[in-house]
Design a protein around this ligand. Structure first.
Ligand SMILES: Cc1cc2nc3c(=O)[nH]c(=O)nc-3n(C[C@H](O)[C@H](O)[C@H](O)COP(=O)(O)OP(=O)(O)OC[C@H]3O[C@@H](n4cnc5c(N)ncnc54)[C@H](O)[C@@H]3O)c2cc1C
Length: 427
């Protein structure tokens, strides 16, 4: 029991997971210090450059039955959404087979759908509530998110996913013809079907949203320590401090929410987690005349398209490579190829306009579920990382679960499926 322990906690990492967690712990009466070497939600963070979607319908994992058949085609397609940098293959060797196995059958996929849904429920309301507290409601897009399909056959190929969403009670609506044009007037008429997820919002500026949460955290008495965590001081099984590059930060509890940087910290607290970088890219086309109000996901190229104050953002791509390997900006240019198809009227600006390109690391486990749970080497340390493609959407529920674990309360969500110890077993 932690009743005698001081209510002090250090949250490591100022991305969206760390920020929602820090605020939740403040709500529960903790004195919280956030350890982050850069700007919270700055360019170093996946939370800066993502597709902007807060999507309660993100229950479908990336690894699905038949993936092993499509991946070779993707790898050969110069405009494909997926690439492996072969030089980095050795470090992916144990991860990749487990990733493919996680989606080996629909029965296996369906087993985890409620586990994913539990982390998505209530996300939109939580984003709205925190934006309201931060005085930043303008950072939420007016409309939600919609998948765009070129034709009925492409839509039919995704029918299983939509049926599973319906089974989970996730409200969706489907639009064709005039209805689709009304929702997304900028979208080329080559697109025949729009599938909208109703419990969703897009963020106008995810980095700005993180900065707003950091501001709220500071105003409520939180402290941000601009340094890197390097490990823990643990004595007799109890946490005494988080070690950082600038000395020890005494605390009774710690949360590891350092995105791709979490693997090394987890090891130091007794957990070897297979965490790799699924690197993604974005391009912002400044001064783009096309500014859809609804955020779009192109089924074909697997990219998200969103209006941001800086311009039209295209975000996507999966590149399996070391997190610190140099970016390959050709991967970002592929996104332009799809944008021209979606918005042919703006082709010239999309191709030749002023571009801002970004690359970031999705922190990914092979089973596509995050790691949330007490560390094996010290129950005062709680892990909260590995959210891969859906960390924006899963952050609020992650924060609540982490706070339940830190306070030794009865968790509202069963933490077992997210346990850091699950990788010791064969999936
Ligand atoms: C192209 C792309 C598109 C995406 N689209 C979406 C989307 O539309 N919807 C969605 O839900 N998700 C999306 N995601 C995923 C989502 O962005 C991530 O899952 C999420 O941002 C992860 O948040 P995080 O806080 O765990 O990590 P990060 O945002 O990476 O933050 C981790 C922070 O920890 C800090 N840190 C690292 N090591 C240390 C250390 N040792 N000490 C202290 N601090 C440390 C880093 O500086 C960083 O600020 C997308 C990702 C990408 C790349």
């Amino acid at each position: 029991m932690n009743v005698q322990r001081p209510r002090t906690v250090a949250v490591i990492g100022g991305g969206i997971v760390g920020l929602f967690t820090a605020l939740e712990l403040q709500d529960r009466g903790f004195a919280v210090q956030l350890i982050e070497p850069d700007q919270p939600g700055g360019r170093q963070a996946a939370s800066y450059g993502n597709g902007t979607w807060v999507n309660e319908g993100a229950i479908i994992p990336i690894s699905l039955p038949g993936l092993w058949k499509t991946v070779p085609g993707f790898l050969l397609d110069p405009n494909g959404p997926f690439i492996i940098r072969w030089r980095h293959l050795p470090r992916l060797l144990s991860w990749l087979p487990r990733f493919v196995l996680a989606g080996r059958s629909w029965a296996r996929v369906q087993r985890d759908i409620p586990v994913r849904a539990a982390l998505l429920r209530g996300a939109v309301a939580a984003y709205e509530a925190r934006a309201d507290q931060a005085g930043s409601s303008d950072l939420l897009g007016a409309r939600g998110v919609m998948y765009a399909y070129r034709d009925e056959a492409e839509f039919a190929a995704d029918e299983k996913a939509w049926a599973l969403r319906r089974e989970q009670g996730i409200a969706c609506s489907f639009h064709r013809g005039e209805e689709l044009r009304e929702l997304a007037p900028e979208l080329s008429s080559d697109y025949a079907v729009g599938a909208r997820i109703l419990p969703s919002r897009s963020l106008r500026d995810p980095g700005g949203y993180c900065a707003a949460l950091a501001g709220l955290f500071l105003r409520r008495g939180g402290r941000i320590l601009k340094t890197r965590a390097t490990g823990f001081d643990i004595a007799g099984g109890r946490l005494r401090a988080v070690r950082t590059k600038q000395g020890d930060v005494p605390c009774a509890h710690a949360v590891v929410a350092a995105g791709i940087g979490s693997g090394a910290l987890a090891r130091q607290s007794g957990d070897r987690v297979p965490l790799i970088a699924e690197r993604g890219y974005h391009v912002v086309i400044r001064d783009c005349p096309v500014r859809p109000e609804i955020s779009l996901m192109l089924a074909e190229g697997k990219l998200a398209v969103a209006s941001t104050p800086a311009g039209l953002r295209l975000a996507g791509q999966v590149e399996l490579a070391a997190p610190d390997a140099p970016a390959n900006w050709d991967r970002a240019r592929i996104l332009l190829h799809f944008a021209k198809r979606m918005f042919p009227q703006a082709s010239a600006v999309i191709e030749n306009g002023d571009h801002d390109m970004w690359m970031g690391n999705r922190p990914s486990t092979p089973d596509g579920l995050p790691v949330i749970g007490k560390a094996s080497g010290c129950a005062d340390i709680v892990h909260a990382f590995g959210h891969a493609h859906f960390g924006m959407s899963m952050s609020p529920a992650t924060a609540r679960l982490v706070a339940d674990l830190v306070t030794d309360g009865q968790p509202a969500i069963d933490p077992a499926p997210y346990s850091p110890r699950r990788f010791r077993l064969v999936a």
